[in-house]
Design a protein around this ligand. Structure first.
Ligand SMILES: Nc1ncnc2c1ncn2[C@@H]1O[C@H](COP(=O)(O)OP(=O)(O)OP(=O)(O)O)[C@@H](O)[C@H]1O
Length: 266
């Protein structure tokens, strides 16, 4: 992992929906994500988190500012970027097997059939779904379907993995399992990840760095290093003084900026 390379460079990014007199969703956002880093963005509901991810992934063209991925300006969806959405049931193809879902985005990347199969089997093993490769998404639990989405994103070996509330639709126990899975696979694949969540605890548990957003139009109110080390555990890490201190700090920042008490989930 390189400590000094910038993978994502967001500079003065702003977006207004609906023309000159429309709604300003994000305002003058500037931050970087280093290569190999897992950065979390936490902010109140409706503050503009999804708008930010849409602009970074090239799905919308921001009104102001610029996004650069490994130095190249993002215009349109970059081929070496993958996104995992909250709603796994709408992002997987129900008529394709788990393995075919994972292989699907590789079809347009010039890989042979054997290479696609090898890639899919490797990432399915990593998310613990080798035995489910021939099943269909609708035969799996919600948590398993989201594992398929993560596997599909990783199979593309993206330079940057964007995740938009990826664990918000599963139960609490599955959420913990998926968080630990993400920590394992990002280590295995040396991934650079930008994950958006409204869950303060989740952001601290997962991240090397937490960016706190204000209410809409979103701006960055804090950029906090998370000094919890590489090896994290759902019980002891969450009990540590560093975790508890950071959780209070983020909650306070959100409360001050939104005027409403932040939901601190435990
Ligand atoms: N296509 C659109 N057209 C007009 N306004 C939009 C559009 N998409 C989002 N908005 C508005 O922009 C603001 C930010 O929305 P966005 O979905 O980015 O926030 P969010 O932080 O992701 O929300 P949530 O936490 O509820 O998912 C909101 O006020 C929303 O109503």
């Amino acid at each position: 992992m390189s400590e000094t390379t910038t993978m994502l460079d967001v500079s003065g990014l702003g977006h207004r929906y609906g023309g000159a007199h429309g709604h300003v969703a994000i305002d003058d956002l500037t931050f970087q994500v280093r290569t190999g880093e897992l950065a979390c963005i936490v902010g109140p509901s409706g503050c503009g988190k999804s708008t930010l991810l849409r602009a970074i992934s090239g799905l919308i063209s921001a009104s102001t500012g610029e996004v650069r991925l490994h130095g190249d300006p993002v215009r349109g969806v970059p081929s070496d970027l993958a996104v995992v959405f909250q709603d796994y049931s709408r992002s997987l193809f129900p008529w394709l097997s788990v393995r075919s879902n994972v292989e699907f985005p590789l079809r347009s990347r010039g890989l042979s059939k054997a290479e696609r199969r090898a890639r899919a089997d490797e990432v399915l093993e990593w998310v613990g779904l080798s035995a489910a490769a021939r099943k269909y998404p609708w035969q799996l639990s919600g948590g398993m379907q989201q594992r398929v989405s993560i596997a599909r994103a990783l199979a593309c070996r993206p330079a940057l993995l964007l995740m938009d509330e990826p664990f918000a639709s599963v139960d609490a126990q599955t959420r913990f399992e998926l968080e630990d899975l993400l920590l394992r696979v990002r280590k295995q694949f040396d991934s650079t990840v930008l994950l958006v969540t409204h869950d303060i605890d989740e952001s601290i548990y997962l991240a090397d760095r937490v960016l706190v957003l204000s209410k809409s139009p979103a701006s960055i109110v804090a950029d906090l290093e998370v000094d919890l080390g590489e090896d994290r555990d759902q019980i002891t890490t969450r009990e540590s003084d560093t975790f508890i201190h950071l959780r209070s700090e983020v909650a306070r920042l959100l409360e001050v900026r939104t005027g409403t008490p932040a939901a601190v989930e435990s």
